[in-house]
Design a protein around this ligand. Structure first.
Ligand code: AMP
Ligand code: ZN
Length: 469
């Protein structure tokens, strides 16, 4: 069955054609490990998990690469500001290396709690500095760079295709980057961006390079790691849609100028999770993590289910309210509803003993209907609606490898309760009464058993009891 993906580069849905038949390579900009991932970040990572799972269900060999950013990501997302890692380390009084270790571990734990697969490759930026230097050197050799007192820059005026992904007018970009221009007066064009920082003597993490001792820019990290594991040209690159105008635009420019080949065939971007109270930020008490949800009594899978109900290209709004000023616990009606719906779903699947999709043909038709929704640019809301309509446990289970709702383990029929000894004793007494044909006594005992909440059934194998419903 064909797979259609919305490609940001063409602003349209396209049939997916893999570079290598039967294989798909996916790159995801991963977390910057200076803090916990917030549930907005995780919405994006959840989408990428669904994408990889959809390909697996379609029989593809999937290679999903997600980097771990442990150096070079400035607080501004551009070149200005401070390295998020170094700032985090100072504030939390940890070494940068311990900070990275702590939050990488926390991140992987969050993935697990959200029922996500672990990406196939999780390269750390600090372990790929040689590849970044090499890429920078190639750009320098081809004349795409210049140096200033701050470091090595990419000269965007040398790349006629610069900005093709965002398709925005460059004045917007200039506006956004004015801050950087003020900081480095040697910069030639507003959109130029740093490939290597060499003038940060107090930076803790630093490496020797042809442009002095320093550290890599954030954009070059993703180019170096994606191309190392997936090749100069690869199938799919994902991220949140905030990365379109700068980060991904710069990744394309430096990769294509260095290799002379197209970088990525399909660009996929997730819309944001927004709080009704505003942007996710620590200062305003709007920083929600998987742990916040768990502390507030929400199974992380309820959040997964909430995300599944919205299309990834639509903004998802969460009306989160804190229970008090300590900002430790809170609630949201949409999460309550998702939790209830998920619990009911498990119960319903567990209780349905009469499979509604009888016969292979009926099953196949239903299966294809759900699959075609998933293959249509990951229309998960439609797939869910179709699954609810068919209400077939078999079909739900067949799609759980994509949905990741842990149906096999959680939708289990309530165990047949075994009767306690006093009930069994009454049952024996009743059998004895029946044997001696004392039916009044046997009926009285049956009444006694019923009063205790159990029901006697006479079967050809003898009398049994089960819980009264
Ligand atoms: P960062 O750690 O800031 O690089 O973010 C990791 C990923 O989360 C990136 O793909 C971002 O685009 C994405 N992201 C950041 N904030 C949100 C949000 N509120 N909703 C959805 N995705 C987000
Ligand atoms: Zn990236």
């Amino acid at each position: 069955m064909d797979i259609f993906l919305y490609n940001t580069a063409s602003r349209s849905k396209e049939i997916f054609e893999p570079l290598t038949p039967g294989h798909v390579g996916i790159y995801t900009c991963g977390p910057t490990v200076y803090n916990y991932a917030h549930i907005g970040n995780l919405r994006t990572f959840l989408f990428e998990d669904l994408l990889a799972r959809m390909f697996l269900l379609n029989g593809y060999q999937t290679k999903w690469v997600m980097n771990i950013t442990d150096v070079g990501h400035q607080t501004s997302d551009g070149d200005a500001g401070e390295d998020k890692m170094e700032k985090g380390a100072r504030e939390q009084q940890l070494s940068v290396w311990d900070l990275a270790k702590k939050y990488e571990g926390a991140f992987l734990h969050d993935l697990e709690r959200l029922g996500m697969r672990r990406p196939d490759v999780l390269p750390r930026a600090t372990e790929h500095v040689a590849e970044m230097i090499d890429l920078n050197r190639r750009l320098e050799e081809k004349g795409y760079t210049y140096t200033t007192g701050e470091g090595l820059y990419f000269d965007t005026s040398k790349d006629p295709d610069y900005g093709k992904l965002a398709n925005t007018n460059m004045s917007e970009q200039r506006q956004g980057l004015r801050e950087d221009l003020v900081i480095d007066t040697g910069k030639r064009n507003a959109a130029d961006f740093i490939l290597w920082f060499s003038n940060k003597p107090n930076h803790i993490m630093k490496w020797k390079s042809p442009w002095g001792t320093g550290y890599p820019g954030w954009h070059i990290e993703c180019s170096a790691m994606s191309m190392k594991y997936l090749g100069d040209t690869f199938d799919i690159h994902c991220g949140g849609n905030d990365h379109i105008p700068v980060h991904h635009t710069n990744e394309i420019a430096q990769s294509e100028c260095a290799t002379g080949h197209p970088f990525v065939r399909y660009w996929m971007h997730t819309a944001f999770l927004v709080l009704t109270s505003g942007r996710m930020s620590k200062s305003k008490g709007g920083f929600l993590t998987v742990q916040t949800l768990a502390d507030s009594g929400y199974d992380p899978l309820a959040y997964r289910y909430l995300c599944l109900q919205a299309h990834y290209r639509s903004e998802l709004t969460l009306a989160w309210e804190w229970d008090d000023d300590s900002h430790e616990k809170g609630h949201a009606e949409s999460l309550d509803a998702a939790r209830t719906a998920l619990t009911r779903l498990y119960e319903k699947i567990a209780r349905t003993t009469d499979e509604p999709l009888k016969g292979n043909e009926a099953y196949q038709v239903a299966f294809d209907e759900v699959l075609s929704a998933l293959n249509d640019d990951l229309n998960v809301p439609k797939a869910l609606a179709t699954l609810h309509t068919y209400a077939s446990p078999r079909l739900w289970k067949a799609f759980d490898p994509v949905l990741g709702l842990d149906i096999a383990a959680r939708a289990i029929p309530p165990a047949e309760e075994t009767a306690p000894p006093e009930i069994n004793a009454l049952l024996e007494a009743r059998q004895a009464a029946r044997k001696s044909k004392d039916f009044a006594q046997s009926d009285a005992i049956r009444g006694e058993i019923a009063a205790l909440g159990w029901e006697v059934a006479d079967t050809p194998q003898g009398a049994t009891v089960k819980r009264r419903t």
